[in-house]
Design a binder for this molecule. Structure first.
Ligand code: PLP
Length: 387
């Protein structure tokens, strides 16, 4: 279908609203395949770490171009297990961005280590390499960059810093399955990559799930043990691990969805390009901060996050809610400013780009099945707000 940006008016199309995410459009064509797969597991009774989990791990390893993929119960657990496998604990520091989902820092804190919050590059919202350099100390035991919104952090710079300090990188790839940096896939660049299958991610399950990736044989073995209480063989425990098994139902759903992942991520990227053209046609590209793709490699657009300057973000969000347009704020408060981390002693103004982003960001609908008409409706309503 040809979209004429100048003549198309969404009001003529009768659109009543646009959800932030509509999983139903993605899931209804897969329903028969999913229910058949779930029915087979029901009949066999192999509910935990069954053959579907092994198949999913093989799919992920091939897709991320790594030797090993190890399923677990969530993206949060993937981060926790990765840090456990690297022996991180009390007295250790881990450098990570403040502008991310809580799990990135929660995993560090739960092990008794100190999350050291770094500011972001305002262009990409990703961990700023200069900040990692500034915060590096002898106690730093790992760097934990997040590939936020589907775009890889500057991994060349991270690797230079981590390499000279002799410490590992753990990648938080929860929002970035399939993203690339200079031809390398997210999850294949650090010692361990951590992924989430939460339903809003580019590859989402019907519940919680996660996976870890690594090229290190010994680490892979340790991660496999840690997710089952450090057990190997059965009822003999070498480490104190946790219960973080992936269930066969989740893996079966994900295996059905896997062949479509690249098509969905391409559709997200096409939607991002279309927003850019529509915002430019509406004269809004100078009013809003549009998301920039600056990393050298594939962006998978888990979120399309604009900046709304001059304190207008919350009013725009309310205006869009009245037009039944779903939006979200990722994230309204940096982790360094969270109540549970008050004892770490951060003060306001310490991470200025994180604080500015928290005031300005607004995520718009970008899901793969979003139509051009719906995007035009979103852009038209934003134009109406600024008119
Ligand atoms: C979703 C997410 C996680 C946690 O994943 P869960 O599966 O929800 O535990 C971690 N980090 C980031 C950046 C995320 O977006």
């Amino acid at each position: 279908m040809i979209v004429n940006l100048n003549n198309m008016s969404s009001s003529k199309l009768g659109i009543q609203g646009v959800p932030l995410l509509d999983l139903g459009r993605q899931h209804s064509p897969l329903k028969d395949q999913v229910t058949a797969a779930l029915g087979r597991i029901w009949d066999t009774g192999a509910f935990i770490l069954g053959p579907e989990v092994k198949q999913l791990e093989a799919n992920v390893a091939e897709y991320c171009r790594v030797k090993h993929a190890i399923g677990c119960a969530s993206g949060s657990d993937a981060l926790l297990l990765a840090l456990m496998a690297l022996g991180i604990g009390p007295g250790d520091e881990v450098i990570l961005p403040s502008f991310t989902f809580f799990a990135t820092a929660g995993a560090v804190a739960r092990l008794g280590a100190r999350p050291v919050f770094a500011d972001i590059d305002p262009l990409t919202f990703n961990l700023a390499p200069s900040e990692v350099q500034r915060l590096l100390r002898p106690a730093t035991k790992a760097i934990l960059p997040v590939h936020l919104f589907g775009q890889c952090a500057d991994m060349d710079a991270m690797e230079r810093i981590a390499g000279s300090a002799g410490i590992p990188i753990i990648e938080d790839c929860a929002q970035a399955i399939g993203a690339e940096f200079s031809g390398r896939r997210a999850g294949s660049m650090g010692r361990i990559g951590c992924f989430s299958f939460y339903p809003t991610k580019n590859l989402g399950g019907a519940g919680d799930g996660g996976v870890m990736t690594t090229n290190d044989d010994a680490l892979a073995q340790k991660l496999r043990m840690l997710r089952v209480h450090g057990m190997e063989p059965r009822y003999y425990h070498k480490f104190v691990g946790i219960n973080s098994r992936l269930d066969s139902f989740q893996a079966a759903v994900l295996n059905v969805k896997f062949p479509h992942l690249d098509r969905w991520s391409e559709a997200r990227a096409a939607n991002a390009r279309r927003y850019a053209a529509m915002f430019a046609a509406a004269g809004l590209d100078g009013v809003l901060g549009l998301p920039r793709h600056v990393s050298p490699g594939r962006h998978v657009w888990n979120q399309y996050v604009i900046r709304v300057p001059n304190g207008q973000r919350d009013r725009l969000r309310a205006f869009l809610a009245e037009a039944k347009i779903g939006t979200e704020i990722y994230y309204p408060l940096g982790l360094h400013a969270q109540e549970c981390f008050r004892h770490l002693g951060y003060t306001e103004g310490e991470l200025p780009e994180t604080e500015r982003a928290s005031r300005e960001v607004l995520a718009l609908p970008i899901f793969p099945e979003l139509t051009a008409e719906e995007q035009q409706y979103v852009v038209d309503r934003i134009a109406a707000f600024f008119a």
